[in-house]
Design a protein around this ligand. Structure first.
Ligand code: SAM
Length: 228
């Protein structure tokens, strides 16, 4: 089937490009052992996040949706020397697993795992950062609140920084406006909010691979000032 081929190509490319990585493997194993769902980004997607972090010479990355810290590990490895990742997770169990995984990876000094609902944690973080800005914001939690998350991401990220949103295609389900699915509706509402949004120049890339058919939104913060 097509899906099988996508998975094979993912394996083939990952074999060629990504060296065996006991730390990342241990993170996935510990996450599975702790009963976390297998919904982390794929290895190649993790590598993509790391490339993006390096592209913007990231000193501060904000991630929403930590799970077991798999994507967090890729991002933390992509930040410059003294840089850091703030990652927000509302499940105490997920956050605990992530902290153990990040400690094993030797990254706990670079990563701040914050327990809380992102709808509250993002405004709190904006408050705390004051004039400091993130270089990259990665949104990978619930999709229902994406319109809110993307607004905070635009406010938090510096001009020239990136906003990345995972799972914005959902097997193609996003094109059906009548779909009774909070995730689909959240993605649709976010895209509507981004229509004519002067502060973000964005694109959607459809993706296939080990995780099936989905897509990622990548946007760059423009020079335009906040409306308020
Ligand atoms: N980024 C992770 C990775 O690739 O390794 C995967 C994240 S997983 C797809 C989504 C995570 O978001 C889950 O751990 C879930 O508990 C968390 N989450 C869901 N809703 C949230 C919310 N409102 N605030 C914070 N975290 C939330």
């Amino acid at each position: 089937s097509a899906r099988q081929v996508w998975a094979e190509v993912d394996d083939w490319a990952a074999q060629a490009l990504l060296p065996a990585d006991p730390v990342l493997e241990a993170t996935l194993e510990a996450s599975t052992a702790a009963g976390l769902p297998a919904i982390a980004v794929s290895p190649l997607q993790g590598a993509f996040l790391q490339v993006l972090a390096r592209t913007v010479d990231a000193r501060l990355v904000v991630e929403v949706g930590t799970l077991g810290g798999y994507s967090t590990t890729w991002l933390a490895r992509g930040v410059a020397g003294d840089g850091r990742v703030v990652t927000i997770e509302y499940s105490p169990r997920h956050a605990d697993v992530a902290r153990v995984n990040l400690a094993r990876a030797g990254l706990l000094e670079k990563v701040d795992v914050r327990l809380g609902d992102a709808t509250e944690a993002l405004p709190a973080l904006a408050d705390e950062l004051g004039d400091e800005r993130a270089d990259l914001v990665f949104l990978d939690a619930d999709k229902a609140n994406l319109p809110t998350y993307v607004e905070w991401a635009i406010r938090l990220v510096r001009r020239g920084g990136l906003v990345v949103v995972d799972n914005v295609v959902r097997g193609g389900g996003v094109v059906d406006p009548s779909r009774d699915d909070a995730d689909v509706q959240g993605v649709r509402a976010m895209l509507e909010a981004l229509r004519d949004e002067p502060r973000l120049d964005a694109t959607v890339l459809q993706t296939v691979g080990a995780k099936g058919y989905d897509g990622v939104l990548v946007g760059i913060r423009t020079d335009v000032r906040d409306p308020d």
